[in-house]
Design a protein around this ligand. Structure first.
Ligand code: DQA
Length: 142
């Protein structure tokens, strides 16, 4: 069972970027942990990151075309305004789970709105990197 884990803009800077908010671990740490846990979970995890909206859209399509069972996506700031990413998720038949490292609801008002959530299976916020693991496990259970 294949699962796509997609990270959006600025998440390549994890570890350096606002460590008080996002922690001191890097994107590589996150991806390596998920890939190593995938053996235990009996699934295949495909990790991708881009700072560009169109790449994320292409990968959402690709996930479906490649027979993935679901998508875990942290769209970064695109969460708050990208109707194009929302439409891409709405347009594929596989479920997507939205994840945020920080608790967006305790932060600036513009982060309280997600245009993505209405087309996802669910949203996980505020649990740091563990949220990605929660999302993968939720997709495997459902
Ligand atoms: C984020 C929250 C977003 O508001 C922000 O723009 C990010 C990261 C998170 O993981 O907490 O880039 O998605």
């Amino acid at each position: 069972q294949k699962i796509f884990v997609l990270n959006g803009p600025n998440l390549n800077r994890l570890g350096k970027r606002e460590p008080d908010v996002y922690g001191s671990k890097t994107l590589k740490d996150l991806e390596e942990k998920l890939v190593s846990s995938s053996k235990e979970w009996n699934c295949m995890i495909v990790c991708k990151q881009s700072n560009h909206e169109g790449d994320l859209i292409d990968w959402i399509h690709e996930a479906e075309d490649e027979g993935a069972i679901g998508i875990v996506i942290n769209p970064g700031a695109f969460t708050h305004y990208s109707y194009a990413i929302r439409d891409a998720i709405a347009g594929v038949s596989i479920p997507a789970i939205e994840i945020h490292i920080s608790n967006v609801h305790t932060r600036e008002a513009f982060r309280h709105t997600s245009v993505i959530s209405p087309v996802t299976r669910g949203q996980i916020v505020g649990f740091g990197f563990y949220g990605y693991e929660m999302a993968v496990r939720a997709l495997l259970e459902n």
